[in-house]
Design a protein. Sequence first.
Length: 123
Amino acid sequence: MKNYIQGIDHVQVAAPVGCEEEARDFYGNTIGMEEIPKPEELKKRGGCWFKCGNQEIHIGVERNFIPAKKAHPAFYVNEINEFKQTLIEQGVKVIDDYARPDVIRFYVSDPFGNRIEFMQNKD
């Protein structure tokens, strides 16, 4: 079969109704993503969008929200140990994972209980 897939445009993470302020604080202020405007016709659905490299993460409102404890986005980061320390100093609980020998990685939960992974390739 011909390969039609070119890459990932965005990942959507669900959050409860009224999540926007906490999402902006966590994804924008705590982990440092740039908020980008949602298209006008989608603003009424709630949530907010952030830029992550050439991709986006969309925080979408889900009425009967249940946090994603297993399914999760994983973000490549630079200077992972410094980034991890910054998160810890901001009160974010970090869970280290040593299962992959080729990367340094850890998990956090966003304010809504969704699992988020951060990773960096080992040199």
